[in-house]
Each structure stands twice: as structure tokens, then as C-alpha cells.
Ligand binder design. Structure first.
Ligand code: N01
Length: 506
């Protein structure tokens, strides 16, 4: 790789007439992979392939099919900013609705012809110019740019509970829901009370069955009321599309003014959310049940659960809250540390995901033979601006470590990430560079700033959550998502090591 080049020098060397067309590979056809495809097509780049391990688009909304699956970010906000959907049926869209929206987007932007389903990346090796990709099937491909759009909530985390495999009934993780199991009249055990567990508890407790909710740590629950949009309302938004844009803008302001600020600094917003959670908890009438549902950490330290219905569900006569620790699983059910056996027919594991894996098990190997896993195994996942990695040129990660992945719309900041990647690709097209990778110094400076900004955020106030990384610090963006988008407005070329095309001289 050539010596680092300043942005000013780089621009003077641009071959404006070169217009080189790179090939691009995207891994994943979920929300971020589709977005990358849309932006590439908009830029006139047709030479790209999206490899998707599943058989349909939609990512997490394809994989999860559990009862009660919904997005706890308002639907009119959980959309691409350029593709409003007047037809959302609920304030909080149900999983299948979002999946249909993703399908619609893939059709409308003519992406399906670029997607190869049933293919998962195994290894990508940079040869100094291009990424050489090997897929699990043995298929090979190569491209100048590689974009990992794999998400981070797709490796189910199975709890390490003795005897789990001995369970005689049906057992499955929330992200591997077994539709063939009829829950009617069954004794169901649900382990986990995160966002997923709470949604499942609400839906399953409405069925004629008994539900045992095994809670290890209570959650704060913010009472956000859902509601169904009437036909007239949907028709109105269809006729006046500005209304959907208005709703998007209003939710954006609300999330920024309330949740974003509350998460990053103490103040009135944090107190307001705390008060709302406490008010919600008081809806539990039995003081003993309320005590067992009361967390001993600050609201939002764990990703806050949004539900109007959860406490109502926990007071239904067919629901039992179990707070004694789980000792082991036996064929007939769960034994808790007090020696009690809870007989079960079905065991649901809403125990979350291995969130620090990101695009792995894909193995990335750079031109010097260094594997990204070996780097990340040592230090934990690290990426400059959450999306690029020193010594791994022309590789971009969407939704990587330290992106704003707490409560809010991930689509909003993913648009900024993809626009940033497109600017880098555009520099290649204009002949200004062949490869770029962030410098270690710029990456270290990014992390120094993150560590500094983490003080005062709610995530360091003392709780266990899936954000916490290997170094004990949360892998989240410690400022407002808007500031993340501002940071990504334009690549700082002085933060990159850049190799340039060699200019032929006569
Ligand atoms: O997973 P989690 P999730 N024994 O890790 C418990 C997104 N999401 O699937 O708190 C007993 O939050 C664990 O207990 P504890 C969203 O980003 C979004 O619910 O660690 N219990 C916890 O209660 C979310 O944050 C939507 O003590 C065990 C639960 O399992 C992310 O997905 C909807 C255990 C895991 O909670 C993950 O949420 C749903 C054990 N051995 C999800 N191991 C939207 O609406 C774990 N637990 C956008």
C-alpha cells in the first residue's frame, strides 16, 4: 500500500474522466443489505451481488416468527426515509408486515435479480486489489468492495443450563420458532424477559394454556400504547403521502428529544422515562408480584422494553412468574434452586443472541494473512466509525460495533452508513483511489473519544446487558444518533490509508 495521502492531495490526483465501475459484494439481504443495493443502483452501479443465507429477504423479520413479533419502534418511523408505507396496520408494525414491506422494497427497486439466496459467506481474502470470497457451498466470487450487512441479532444464544438437552417436550429458541407445536392447553416455560420474551409472554398468555415465565433479572417496561390504524386513516395517508413523512419527522424529533438524550445524559428526559416506567409498574396490583418485577438498576441500562400489555399479561390467571434461579432442566420440566420442579410440555428460550459475532463465522483475511477473528478475539470487536477496520481495505460493516443500536430506528443511521460507503466507492469510480482502510491512529482516536463520552451514559450505571463488550464498555454509540449521522456525513480522508491507481506516463 502506498503512503497515506491527504484529502487535498488526493483530490488533485483524481481522474475525473476515469469513471471506473467497481464490482461490489453485499452479504445479507436484510434491511441494510437491501439499502446498499438500492444505493448502488441509484449510483448506476449494476455489477453487484447480494448473497443471502436464507431463502427470502427481510433478515431478522424473516428469521423471527414467534407469536407477538412486532417492532417496538413506531412503524412510520421504522421505514426507509425515501420509502414511506401508508399501509401500516398498527402503530407498532407486526413482524410479517415488516417482512412484506422488505419484499415490496426488493421488488420496487428491482433487487431480486441481484440476490442469490441460500448462500453464506465462509471466507473472504483480500489479495491487495480485490476481495476473493468463498461461500459455504464452495462457490467463489470476487469484488473490489465487500459490504457485510449481516446484522447482529442472528446467532441465537442457547443458555448454558445443565440438562437442557434432556427435556422431553418441544424446545426451541425464540428465533427458531417451531410452528408445528400447538400451544393450546400446554404447560409452557418461557426463559428470558428481554424485548423478545416480553412480546412472547403477552401473546402466549392470551391463549388457553399455562405460562411459566422464568425471570433472571426484572426489566423496566416503558408503557408505549399501540393502536390499530383504521381503513380511513390508511386511505388518508395513501392519498396524502406528506402525512407519512410528517409522522416520520415527528417520531424522529420525539426519539431524539426523549430517548436519545435520556440514554446519554442524566436530566429531565431520563427522569421522565423513569417516572413512566414506575407508573407502569404500579399497574401490578399484588405488591409481592410488583416487588419481584422491580429491577434494581436504572431504566434503559438494559435496552428498555416497550410494552403496554406486559404487566397485564403477568397478572393473567394462567401466568406464573418464577424468579427462583434455574438449577437444571429435567425431562419433565425445570427444577429451580428451591428444589421445586415446574412441569412443562414446551420450553421456549427467549435468551437473546450472541451479539458480538457480527458477520462471523465469515472469516476475513487481509493481504498480509492476518485474520479479523484473531484481532477481534484478542480485543473484542472494534471498527473505525463502527464500519471500517484498519488493515482490511475496501471492507465495510453495516451496524458494526458502537453504532447507535439501542432504542431507536436502526434504519435511520443505516442510511447514513450506506451513504458514507457510497462516497468511498465514488472515490474509486473517479479514479481517486484503489483501496482505502482506516489508520490505526484514527481508529484509536475514535475509541478514545467513545470511552470519554461513555461517562454519564445510562449503560455504565451498573447492570448486565448485551451491549457490554470484552473491555467492559458498552459497544454502543454514546451520543445522540444524529451526531453519529453527522460524523458520517463525509469521509475524513486523512483518517485513511489510501492506495492510488498508478498513473501511466508516456
Ligand atoms: O434478548 P435479550 P432478546 N438463564 O438478550 C435471559 C432486539 N429486539 O431476544 O437479563 C436465565 O435482551 C436474560 O436474563 P438477564 C432488541 O434490540 C427488538 O429479548 O441476562 N435467563 C434476558 O432476560 C433486543 O434488545 C425487538 O438476567 C437467561 C433474556 O434471556 C434484542 O433484540 C423485539 C439466561 C435475553 O434478553 C435482544 O432481545 C425483540 C439463562 N441462562 C428483540 N440467559 C423490536 O421490537 C439469558 N437469559 C425492535
Amino acid at each position: 500500500m502506498n503512503a497515506p495521502t491527504s484529502a487535498a492531495a488526493l483530490h488533485t490526483r483524481e481522474h475525473h474522466d476515469a469513471a471506473r465501475m467497481p464490482r461490489v459484494i453485499i452479504l445479507g439481504a436484510g434491511m441494510s443489505g437491501l439499502l446498499a443495493g438500492i444505493r448502488l443502483r441509484k449510483a448506476g452501479i449494476e455489477d453487484f451481488t447480494i448473497y443471502e443465507k436464507g431463502q427470502d429477504v427481510g433478515g431478522t423479520w424473516r428469521e423471527n416468527r414467534y407469536p407477538g413479533l412486532a417492532c417496538d419502534v413506531p412503524a412510520h418511523y421504522y421505514t426507509y426515509s425515501f420509502e414511506p408505507n401508508p399501509d401500516w396496520h398498527h402503530r407498532f408494525a407486526r413482524g410479517p408486515e415488516i417482512q412484506n414491506y422488505m419484499r415490496h422494497v426488493a421488488e420496487k427497486y428491482d433487487l431480486r435479480r441481484h440476490i442469490v439466496f441460500g448462500e453464506e459467506g465462509a471466507q473472504a481474502r483480500f489479495d491487495g486489489r480485490r476481495w476473493q470470497l468463498e461461500l459455504r457451498s464452495g462457490r467463489q466470487d470476487s469484488a473490489e468492495f465487500l459490504i457485510a450487512a449481516c446484522g447482529f441479532l442472528h446467532h441465537p444464544s442457547e443458555p448454558d443450563i445443565p440438562g437442557l438437552d434432556s427435556f422431553a417436550g418441544a424446545r426451541f429458541h425464540s428465533a427458531r420458532w417451531d410452528d408445528s407445536v400447538d400451544l393450546k392447553d400446554k404447560r409452557i416455560g418461557l426463559i428470558g424477559t428481554g424485548s423478545t420474551g416480553v412480546q412472547i409472554a403477552c401473546a402466549v398468555s392470551r391463549l388457553p394454556c399455562t405460562l411459566n415465565v422464568f425471570q433472571r433479572t426484572p426489566q423496566w417496561v416503558f408503557p408505549l400504547p399501540d393502536r390499530q390504524y383504521s381503513l380511513v386513516e390508511r386511505e388518508l395517508v395513501t392519498q396524502v403521502p406528506a402525512l407519512a413523512r410528517l409522522a416520520y419527522g415527528l417520531y424522529d424529533e420525539l426519539f431524539d428529544a426523549l430517548f436519545s438524550r435520556a440514554m446519554i445524559r442524566p436530566g429531565p428526559q431520563r427522569r421522565l422515562i423513569e417516572a413512566a416506567c414506575h407508573w407502569n409498574l404500579r399497574r401490578v396490583r399484588d405488591p409481592e408480584l410488583r416487588r419481584r418485577l422491580t429491577p434494581d438498576y436504572q431504566p434503559m441500562c438494559k435496552r428498555i422494553v416497550m410494552s403496554w400489555e406486559y404487566y397485564e399479561a403477568m397478572q393473567r390467571p394462567n401466568v406464573k412468574l418464577v424468579t427462583e434461579g434455574i438449577e437444571r432442566v429435567v425431562p419433565e420440566g425445570i427444577v429451580t434452586v428451591d428444589g421445586h420442579t415446574h412441569p412443562l410440555d414446551v420450553l421456549v428460550l427467549a435468551t437473546g443472541f450472541r451479539t458480538h459475532e457480527y458477520m462471523r463465522p465469515l472469516e476475513l483475511i487481509n493481504a498480509q494473512g492476518l485474520s479479523l477473528s484473531s484481532l477481534w478475539d484478542e480485543r473484542g470487536p472494534h471498527a473505525y466509525n463502527s464500519l471500517a477496520i484498519p488493515q482490511f481495505p475496501n471492507f465495510f460493516l453495516l451496524g458494526g460495533p458502537n453504532s447507535p443500536l439501542a432504542n431507536g430506528s436502526v434504519i435511520l443511521y443505516t442510511e447514513a452508513l450506506v451513504d458514507y460507503v457510497m462516497q468511498c466507492i465514488d472515490l474509486y469510480r473517479r479514479g481517486a483511489l484503489d483501496t482505502l482502510a482506516p489508520t490505526q491512529a484514527a481508529t484509536d482516536a475514535f475509541y478514545d473519544q467513545l470511552r470519554h463520552d461513555m461517562d454519564g451514559t445510562v449503560w455504565v450505571t451498573g447492570c448486565q446487558n448485551w451491549y457490554i463488550g470484552k473491555d467492559g464498555l458498552p459497544e454502543v454509540w454514546p451520543r445522540r444518533p444524529r451526531e453519529f449521522n453527522a460524523l458520517l456525513a463525509r469521509p475524513r480522508l486523512e483518517d485513511f490509508e489510501i492506495s492510488r491507481p498508478t498513473v501511466e506516463t508516456a
